[in-house]
Design a protein around this ligand. Structure first.
Ligand code: GLU
Length: 328
């Protein structure tokens, strides 16, 4: 059997981090060139030919429109290239869930697309990057990985980008998957999928937009007033995601201000600041009367990505926005 050709797109992050020494703390995300990482991977005896392409060498807190557009273009070209079997994206963990979800929304699912990161820099004692990388190569080479949308491989688990969420700042087991659990367990020796592919049809859900509108996340806190809502509208927010309390709640004056924003044509999505939060319609807030949208299982960071894509594609009506977030 010939080795699969896998495109490896580098963006930086801790997986390419360097400078901590074996036991130090401070380091530079993206300090190692992708070529060096891939050259080291080649010595591990993986059954794949890796083709590196560096998009950026940054901490993922600095990732944004330019890198997303470059990643989308590189993935689109690789999906059309019969020589490429799958795509790996080395990424910082801080915003892996945002990049992964954006690509999940805007790319077809015909070949595996796998994000991979690390919690420890490449020169730290017990570095996790090479193991995660080896696992991710295994996933990207597996024909059963297609049709599952964009995935994230960390800590011997394969998570759907739609469900993955960073839940710890320093543990190597930093990601959780909500509302579904992991899609698979993977080690350098084995891979076990827990169900069949779930994406119906291979096409992208949404076209990749020519630009992304300003969508703000409003963090709810006890005792706050409505002025932050007015401030967001004042800086031209085209949509607002509430990181609310509990079931997407906020003080009455804030909800009323958000309802006025919605009435003026600025879509408002109620998410929750709670870790494993499912926000349903019309529980304590009367979404039907106020023109608001419930985020369902998407947390604030991912709700913002989806709302940006929807607005960019002209979808602003609350009923259509709700349909995209899932009914219920
Ligand atoms: N903040 C950096 C980033 O997200 C380092 C964190 C990491 O990669 O784990 O790129």
């Amino acid at each position: 059997m010939t080795a699969q050709r896998i495109l490896v797109l580098g963006t930086g992050g801790t997986i390419a981090g360097w400078g901590s020494g074996a036991t130090g703390a401070a380091y530079r995300p993206g300090g190692v060139a992708l070529e060096s990482l891939v050259a080291h991977l080649a010595t591990l005896g993986l059954a794949a030919e890796l083709v590196p392409e560096e998009i950026a060498r940054i901490g993922s807190q600095d990732i944004g429109w330019a890198e997303w557009r470059a990643l989308h273009a590189a993935c689109t070209a690789a999906l059309a290239d019969p020589q490429i079997g799958g795509i790996l994206i080395a990424h910082g963990t801080d915003t892996a869930e945002e990049t992964g979800f954006l690509l999940d929304l805007t790319l077809p699912t015909t070949k595996p697309i796998v994000l991979v990161g690390a919690m420890r820099p490449a020169d730290a004692v017990g570095a996790d990057g090479m193991r995660n990388f080896a696992n991710a190569v295994k996933v990207a080479c597996d024909p059963q990985a297609a049709g599952r949308g964009v995935m994230l491989v960390m800590g011997d688990a394969v998570l759907a980008a739609r469900d993955a969420r960073k839940a710890a700042t320093s543990s190597v087991d930093a990601f959780r998957s909500f509302p579904r659990g992991p899609l698979a367990r993977v080690t350098p020796a084995s891979i076990d999928w827990f169900g069949p592919p779930h994406r119906m049809g291979a096409a992208a859900r949404y076209p990749f937009p020519p630009e992304l509108p300003r969508v703000a996340i409003l963090a709810a806190g006890a005792g706050m007033d409505e002025r932050p809502v007015q401030a967001l509208l004042g800086i031209g927010a085209r949509g607002i995601v509430l990181a609310g309390m509990g079931q997407g709640n906020a003080p009455r004056v804030v909800i009323d201000a958000l309802a006025r924003a919605a009435a003026s044509g600025v879509p408002v999505v109620r998410a929750t600041r709670v870790d494993e939060g499912l926000v349903d319609r019309n529980v304590e807030v009367d979404d039907d009367a106020l023109g608001l949208v419930a985020a369902r299982a998407l947390g604030p960071a991912k709700a913002r990505m989806l709302l940006m894509v929807l607005i960019a594609n002209g979808i602003v009506d609350p009923a259509r926005v709700q349909a995209a977030f899932g009914a219920g």
